[in-house]
Design a protein around this ligand. Sequence first.
Ligand SMILES: Cc1cc2nc3c(=O)[nH]c(=O)nc-3n(C[C@H](O)[C@H](O)[C@H](O)COP(=O)(O)OP(=O)(O)OC[C@H]3O[C@@H](n4cnc5c(N)ncnc54)[C@H](O)[C@@H]3O)c2cc1C
Length: 464
Amino acid sequence: MSFDLSLTPAQLDLVERAHAFAEDVVRPVAQEYDQRQEFPWPVLEEAAEQGFYNPLFYRDLIGDPTGLSLPLFMEELFWGCAGIGLAVVMPALALSAIGQAATPEQMLRWAPECFGEPGDLKLAALAISEPQGGSDVKNLRTTARRDGDDWIIDGHKMWIGNGGIADVHVVNASVDPELGHRGQAMFIVPGGTPGLELVRKLDKLGCRASHTAELRLDGVRLPGENLLGGDDKLEHKLAKVREEDASAAPEGKRSSTLGAFEQTRPMVAAQALGIARAALDYATSYANEREAFGAPIIDNQGISFALADLYARLDAARLMTWRASWMAAQKVPFQHAEGSMSKLLASELAVDATEKAIQVMGGWGYITDHPVEKWYRDAKLYTIFEGTSEIQRLIIGRTLGASATPPPPVHVTAPTDGPPLNAVWGRGTPNRTKVAQAALRSKDRVPGPIMGVAMKLLSPPGRK
Ligand SMILES: Cc1cc2nc3c(=O)[nH]c(=O)nc-3n(C[C@H](O)[C@H](O)[C@H](O)COP(=O)(O)OP(=O)(O)OC[C@H]3O[C@@H](n4cnc5c(N)ncnc54)[C@H](O)[C@@H]3O)c2cc1C
């Protein structure tokens, strides 16, 4: 399926419903949950009632071949509030990791446990990062060792969304530290398992309605069935890695941990777009109403040019995010790290847009009477989690060093769309140009109506 910007009726409906939810349910309570740093249970209940909090909803969005449903939903929800948005979508992040590693039976067992039902909601967490380093996932120190049929996990996790309060924790741990990230595996640690300790809830700058925690895993005993993918798959993978020289593992081969992040990057980029759009729209309305020196401040190019630049960047970042999402859905490889590019641009835009919104609003932007100071605090997270901006640049930079001549852009390498005749008679082909030139030369000799019919007949063969 080719990349297409026209939305289906279902996608348009999704945008409208998600926007109404963000506007009517999320925004009115966003400041309160942010200030109290409290988990927004009633909002989650309403999300579940409206169908935005269940595994089938996310399976549907992830399975959309156009790739657009997921970023469309994310942008609208996070336009409402990023902290509440994170609380709503955190189980989807865990589900995405489960989806990459689990057997179909495990998926069926654990996916409902990540969300629960209206009236009996559940939470899920994805626990990767550790106190000594989040970027360097090859160097994680949490270990898993076998004990008979069971696994014993020991380690320390940091900054974990829903950590310690989740019903399902997807935890990655090293089963063979010598093999680096390819010696890691993912486990399901149910909430309440003895040895799983919520050390503390973290006090954050932004996204404060979401729960983020430090966790300790001290001799956590799990049945063998909680290893995602199962024993045989793990043994097969480890044997293969050991056969190769582990230290020279090919870059192209990814661990399930890295794979989960790559898939979710455009989704996180779309969240940042929602924050940026909220701030730009708010600042623009303000700039149209606020007067200084007898005129609306938008009349000053110092204000309007800055907003114009940011709106142009917003549109560029959105297009890039949609393309990355379409590529992920169509399994087009990220040869230029397009997922990282979208996350890098969108997250830095969110920081710049929210900062500019404060500047446009002057003193009013700096106080809590308006939401822009909150959006500024929320936006900053986006250059840090799911891979910092530096790590995105590192990933993009690596693709540049991968070969002497970088591969052409994705539209050149993607499969063509249209009938074969299009290559000889399509727009811009030499044949069409020659015939058009001949027609132009004879225009004075051929009557207009005949010329019109000829031109219709000579129209290029279209797309499928
Ligand atoms: C609110 C919040 C929520 C989070 N949620 C989760 C979650 O749910 N699950 C989870 O597993 N993790 C989560 N994280 C963790 C997050 O992914 C990490 O904080 C992030 O990956 C960065 O790791 P770090 O903080 O250890 O920084 P470090 O890796 O120590 O990096 C510190 C600085 O060094 C830079 N740096 C590191 N290596 C390089 C390099 N090679 N080149 C250039 N610069 C470099 C980084 O860009 C950064 O600026 C969350 C974090 C926050 C703040």
